[in-house]
Design a protein around this ligand. Structure first.
Ligand code: AVI
Length: 316
C-alpha cells in the first residue's frame, strides 16, 4: 500500500472506531487514538511528572540492572521491539548486550522510527537495524521483519501491556510467542498493584497534564472527524477499580448534551462517560500466570525497592 492509501485507511479506521465506540451502551474510544502528535507530546510530559512514578521507576530498574538483563538475554541475540517509538529504551540495552546480532524495531510512526535508526546506527555502526512500520498488534507487520539466524528476544517495556485487557494481553503475548522459537526470550515490563492513592495520583496528576492528554482525544475528533465536542463540557476522571485491578480513564459529560461527529448525532446524559483507557496493574503472581498461559517460562525478574514495577525475562 502506498503512503496516501495508508493514510486514507488510517482515517477510515479512526472514523469507524469512533462511531462504533460512541454508539455503544458504555461509550468508549480505543486508547491507541490518544497518541496523535499533540497526544504523544503530552504523554512525554506525563512521563516526566513527579506524580507519574512509572517512567522513572522503570528507568531506575534499567539503570541498576541493565548488565544483569544483558547477561540473561545472552550473546548474538536479535532484539525485536514492538511499539519502539524513538527506541530510547533499547539503545542502552543494545549497548550492554554481548554482540547483539540485529535490532528490529516496529512502530506506527515512520518518521520517529527512521530518525531513531539513524541515531543508533551512528553510535553502533556495525549493528544491522531493520525497522518495520505498522500496528504491532497486527500479524501483517511482523511479516515485514527480515528472517534472522540465531536467538531472538522480544523487548516490550513501558508497561504498555497494561493498556490491554487480560484477554487482549494473552492474545498479544500469543502473537509474540508465534514469532519466536523454543529458547527465545521476552523482556516484559509491567506496573504492579499498589496503594490506590499512588495509582490515582499518577492518572489524575496535580499539573493536569493527564487531563489535557485525555481531552486531546475530543480535540482530535473535532479536527479530524468534523466533531462538535465542547471540551469544557467534559471532565477528566481516573480511578482505580480494585476488582478489575486497573486504572480506568473516562471523560464525563458535565450536562445533558448532543454532539455531532461525521454528521451523526450522539446524546449524552449528564454524568454519562466515555471510557478512554484501561491501565491494568499486575501482581508478580498474575504476571507469571500471564507468561505461563502464553508459553513463556519466567526466568528472572527485577523490581524496585517498593515493588511498584517489575521487568520480567521469560523464555519460550
Ligand atoms: C502508555 N501507557 C503505559 C500509559 C499508562 O500508564 O497506562 C498511558 C497513560 N495514560 C495516562 N497516563 C499514562
Amino acid at each position: 500500500m502506498n503512503m496516501a492509501a495508508q493514510g486514507f485507511a488510517v482515517v477510515q479506521a479512526f472514523e469507524h472506531d469512533v462511531l462504533a465506540g460512541l454508539n455503544a451502551a458504555q461509550k468508549t474510544l480505543p486508547c491507541k487514538y490518544l497518541y496523535d502528535e499533540a497526544g504523544s507530546r503530552l504523554f512525554e510530559e506525563i512521563c516526566a511528572l513527579e506524580d507519574y512514578y512509572l517512567t522513572r521507576t522503570e528507568a531506575d530498574i534499567f539503570a541498576r540492572k541493565i548488565d544483569a538483563m544483558a547477561q540473561a538475554l545472552g550473546p548474538d541475540v536479535t532484539l525485536i521491539e514492538p511499539g519502539a517509538g524513538n527506541c530510547a529504551k533499547a539503545e542502552p540495552l543494545l549497548q550492554a548486550m554481548y554482540t547483539p546480532a540485529a535490532y528490529l524495531p516496529l512502530d506506527i510512526s515512520p518518521e520517529i522510527l527512521f530518525a531513531a535508526r539513524q541515531r543508533i546506527q551512528q553510535r553502533m555502526p556495525g549493528l544491522p537495524i531493520s525497522p518495520a512500520v505498522g500496528d504491532f498488534t497486527s500479524p501483517a507487520v511482523w511479516r515485514e521483519l527480515p528472517e534472522t539466524a540465531g536467538r531472538k528476544v522480544v523487548f516490550f517495556p513501558g508497561s504498555t501491556i497494561g493498556n490491554f485487557t487480560p484477554e487482549q494481553a494473552r492474545s498479544l503475548l500469543g502473537l509474540f510467542a508465534d514469532q519466536v522459537q523454543t529458547g527465545d526470550g521476552l523482556l516484559l515490563a509491567a506496573d504492579l498493584v499498589k496503594d490506590s492513592v499512588v495509582l490515582e495520583r499518577a492518572y489524575h496528576d496535580s499539573n493536569h497534564v493527564t487531563e489535557a492528554f485525555n481531552k486531546n482525544l475530543l480535540h482530535r475528533i473535532n479536527r479530524e472527524l468534523d466533531g462538535s465536542f465542547n471540551i469544557d463540557a467534559f471532565a477528566h476522571r481516573a480511578f482505580y477499580h480494585r476488582l478489575r485491578r486497573r486504572v480506568e480513564m473516562h471523560l464525563v459529560s458535565l450536562k445533558e448534551q448532543v454532539v455531532e461527529v461525521c454528521g451523526r448525532q450522539f446524546h449524552f446524559a449528564e454524568g454519562e462517560t466515555i471510557h478512554t483507557e484501561n491501565s491494568h496493574k499486575y501482581t508478580l503472581a498474575t504476571l507469571e500466570e500471564l507468561l505461563h498461559s502464553t508459553g513463556f517460562q519466567p526466568q528472572q525478574y527485577w523490581t524496585d525497592h517498593q515493588q511498584h514495577y517489575a521487568i520480567y525475562y521469560a523464555e519460550a
